[in-house]
Ligand binder design. Structure first.
Ligand code: GLU
Length: 477
C-alpha cells in the first residue's frame, strides 16, 4: 500500500444529506486538501430494502452545491471503482468464502422464528439479545445436509468470546472493548447481500483508504472491523471518530427537534457558505477559536488533532447569526444569483437587473435567511393591501394634499432622480408645511405598503416613475 492519504465519504443514500453527514464529508474533504491526498465518494447501497429513488442523485448534487468536489466516485470514476457497493457484490462473496475457510466466519441456519425465541430466552435470563452462537457447533455433515436441502442461511463473524480489544482512535485515543460486548455480526444476509460491516471493510482495503473519518456512532463497530482486517491479514486504516451532534437539550440531534437535512436548510435560504462554516465548527476549532472561515481558509486551517472529544450542540441562533453575516458580506452578485430562485418561486419577474440588485442589496441587510427576500420584495411586485389604520393615515387631509402635490411634480418632471426626490421632500416641508411623521410614513405607506422600510428614494427608484404615480393615485379618495 502506498503512503498516500486517501479518505472517503461513504453514505448510505437515505434520500437526504444529514447535517452530521455533511460534517463528515467536509472533514474528509478538508483532510484530503490539507494533506494533498484524495477524497473519495463511495455509495454504500447494499441494503436494498432501504432503496430510495433519486437519493444518490440528490446526494451528489447537494455535495456539488456545497463545493465538496470528490476526486474519485460515481460519474467521474477512478482507478478503484466501481464506487457503488451494489455493483461490487461479487467481490464480497469471494472474500467471505475465504473467511469461512479460515474459520473466521460461519454459516448460521437459524430462522427468524428461532432468533425471536432465542432473544426472548436470553432476555428472561437477564442477558443481552445478541446471537447465542448456536450454529457454531454444527458439524460438517449437518452443514452439508442443510446446504443440500437448500436451507437459507446467513454468514456470521466468529468473534472471540473472551478477552478484549484495544485500539487507537485519533480523537478518542486509546479505546478498549471487551469481546463479550461484540456480536457475531452477520456479514452476508440470507438474500446474499453483504451487510455494511463486510462491504465497508473490504472496500476500505481495496480502495486503499488510509484514514476512516466518520461519526462516533460507528465507534462500537471498530472491533468487528479490526477483527475482519486481522482475519484477512490486512493493515487497517487509521480511525478517527467525530463527536456526536446534539440538540440544545444535549440529546442526540434528531429530526423531531427541527431540520437536520442539508437540503431543508438550503431551501430555507441558508447559504452553502454558511452551512460549511457552521458544520466545520461542530467538533473542531482553531487555537484562537476563530469563527468565520471560507472553504479555502478551512482547507488551510483544518487538522484532525483539533477535533473535540465532547459532543457539539447544534446552535440555531449561531447558524442564523452566521447566515446574516454571509448575506451581508458575500459579493452582491453571488447573493443576487442565489436569490433568483426565490423570486422565480414567488412568481416575481425581474425586469430590470439594476433595480433587482438594488432590492437585494437593501434586503440582505435586513433578512436572516434568503427565503425572506421575497417577503421583503413583495410590496414591489404585488398590489398593496391596507389595513383600516393604514387607510386612516392615507386619507387624512395632509396625506391627500401630499399625494396630489407629488403626482403633479412627478408629471411635470421628465426624470425621476434621487436629486428630484430629495428636492421634493424639502419642498413638501417648505411649500406645504408637511414634514416629519406626516411626510415620510404616509408616502412610504402609499408606495411600499408599510410606514417603515427602505429609504424613499430607493423605493421610488425600484418602483419607477409610472408605478410611483399610479400608487399615489390609487391612494387618492
Ligand atoms: N454507510 C455508512 C453511513 O451511512 C458509512 C459509515 C462509515 O463511514 O464507515 O454512515
Amino acid at each position: 500500500m502506498s503512503n498516500e492519504i486517501r479518505v472517503r465519504f461513504a453514505p448510505s443514500p437515505t434520500g437526504y444529506l444529514h447535517v452530521g453527514s455533511l460534517r463528515t464529508a467536509l472533514y474528509n474533504y478538508l483532510y484530503a486538501k490539507k494533506t494533498g491526498g484524495k477524497f473519495i465518494l463511495r455509495i454504500e447501497d447494499t441494503d436494498q430494502s432501504r432503496y430510495v429513488d433519486g437519493a444518490v442523485e440528490n446526494l451528489i448534487s447537494t455535495l456539488k452545491t456545497m463545493g465538496l468536489n470528490y476526486d474519485e466516485g460515481p460519474i467521474i470514476n477512478g482507478d478503484f471503482g466501481p464506487y457503488y457497493q451494489s455493483e461490487r457484490t461479487e467481490i464480497y462473496q469471494r472474500y467471505v468464502d475465504e473467511l469461512i475457510e479460515k474459520g473466521k466466519a460461519y454459516r448460521c441456519f437459524c430462522t427468524e422464528k428461532d432468533l425471536v425465541r432465542m432473544r426472548q430466552e436470553r432476555k428472561t435470563r437477564g442477558l443481552d439479545t445478541r446471537y447465542n452462537g448456536q450454529c457454531l457447533s454444527l458439524g460438517k455433515q449437518e452443514i452439508n445436509d442443510n446446504l443440500k436441502k437448500g436451507k437459507k442461511y446467513v454468514i456470521r463473524l466468529k468473534i472471540p468470546k473472551e478477552g478484549e480489544i484495544t485500539f487507537y482512535d485519533i480523537v478518542r485515543e486509546k479505546v478498549t472493548f471487551p469481546w463479550d460486548m461484540v456480536d457475531d455480526q452477520i456479514l452476508i444476509k440470507s438474500d446474499g447481500f453483504p451487510t455494511y460491516h463486510l462491504a465497508n471493510v473490504i472496500d476500505d482495503h481495496l480502495m486503499q483508504i488510509s484514514h476512516v473519518i466518520r461519526g462516533e456512532e460507528w465507534l462500537s463497530s471498530v472491533p468487528k472491523h479490526l477483527f475482519l482486517y486481522e482475519a484477512f491479514g490486512w493493515k487497517p486504516p487509521k480511525m478517527c471518530h467525530l463527536p456526536l451532534l446534539l440538540n440544545a437539550d444535549k440529546s442526540k440531534l434528531s429530526k423531531r427537534q427541527g431540520d437536520v437535512a442539508v437540503e431543508d436548510f438550503l431551501k430555507k435560504g441558508y447559504l452553502p457558505e454558511t452551512l460549511l462554516n457552521f458544520v466545520a465548527l461542530l467538533g473542531w476549532h482553531t487555537p484562537g477559536n476563530e469563527e468565520l472561515f471560507t472553504l479555502q481558509e478551512l482547507e488551510k486551517a483544518f487538522s484532525l488533532k483539533r477535533i473535540n472529544k465532547s459532543g457539539s450542540v447544534f446552535d440555531l441562533e449561531k447558524l442564523n447569526w452566521m447566515n446574516g453575516h454571509y448575506l451581508r458580506e458575500l459579493d452582491l452578485k453571488v447573493i443576487g444569483q442565489y436569490a433568483k430562485k426565490y423570486f422565480q418561486q414567488a412568481g416575481y419577474k425581474i425586469e430590470n437587473e439594476q433595480h433587482y440588485n438594488e432590492l437585494v442589496e437593501i434586503a440582505r441587510k435586513r433578512i436572516t435567511t434568503l427565503e425572506e427576500v421575497t417577503e421583503f420584495a413583495k410590496p414591489f411586485f404585488s398590489k398593496l393591501v391596507f389595513t383600516k389604520e393604514n387607510i386612516e393615515i392615507l386619507s387624512s387631509t395632509t396625506s391627500q394634499t401630499l399625494f396630489e402635490y407629488w403626482i403633479d411634480k412627478m408629471e411635470e418632471n421628465q426624470e425621476m432622480s434621487e436629486t428630484l426626490i430629495n428636492k421634493l421632500l424639502k419642498q413638501s416641508a417648505q411649500e406645504l408645511g408637511i414634514k416629519g411623521k406626516n411626510l415620510y410614513p404616509p408616502l412610504r405607506l402609499a408606495l411600499y405598503g408599510s410606514e417603515h422600510g427602505p429609504e424613499l428614494p430607493t423605493i421610488m427608484d425600484i418602483l419607477g416613475k409610472e408605478k410611483v404615480i399610479t400608487r399615489l393615485g390609487d391612494c387618492l379618495k
